[in-house]
Design a protein around this ligand. Structure first.
Ligand SMILES: Nc1ncnc2c1ncn2[C@@H]1O[C@H](COP(=O)(O)OP(=O)(O)O)[C@@H](O)[C@H]1O
Ligand SMILES: [Mg+2]
Length: 128
């Protein structure tokens, strides 16, 4: 994926983002200097053929993947990992199927403490 728009002033600012995977089957350039600027309230769809780098871009914005080059800023702050102000819905199952809801919640990191507390409250309300 190679998209070049002015990216300097967005709420979400993707700046010259590059991601190269070194795998068993060789080197894959998933993102090649992608720049996107997203303003507050924008509704954005990423469209492109399978394998063009959509998920990789979203995973970097979510802080789940580290870029090879460039950076993502949210509200002027560089993304360095996941954070409670960003939610990510996975394409496939991302839970531990052998665990109960309560155990899954208790393994959530302290960075999402407030989300976890709300979810626990919701689970309690279901059993009342
Ligand atoms: N962890 C990984 N290791 C090696 N290659 C990967 C990895 N993740 C994605 N890729 C490759 O990067 C490219 C972009 O993948 P992806 O972002 O999943 O595309 P899309 O979501 O647009 O279908 C593909 O060629 C894919 O095979
Ligand atoms: Mg995908």
């Amino acid at each position: 994926m190679n998209t070049n728009l002015d990216a300097s002033d967005g709420k979400v600012s993707v700046q010259s983002l590059t991601k190269i995977f070194e795998g068993d089957h060789g080197t894959v350039v998933a993102l090649d200097r992608v720049s996107i600027s997203i303003q507050e309230g924008d509704f954005v769809c990423l469209l492109g053929p399978s394998g063009c780098g959509k998920t990789t871009l979203l995973r970097i914005v979510a802080g789940l993947e580290v870029p090879t080059g460039g950076e993502v800023q949210i509200g002027g702050r560089t993304v360095r990992g996941p954070g409670p102000e960003r939610a990510f819905v996975f394409q496939d199952y991302a839970l531990f199927p052998w665990r109960r809801c309560k155990k899954i919640l208790s393994s959530a990191s302290t960075r999402v403490e407030c989300l976890r507390k709300n979810a626990e409250k919701y689970l309690r309300s279901l059993s009342e």
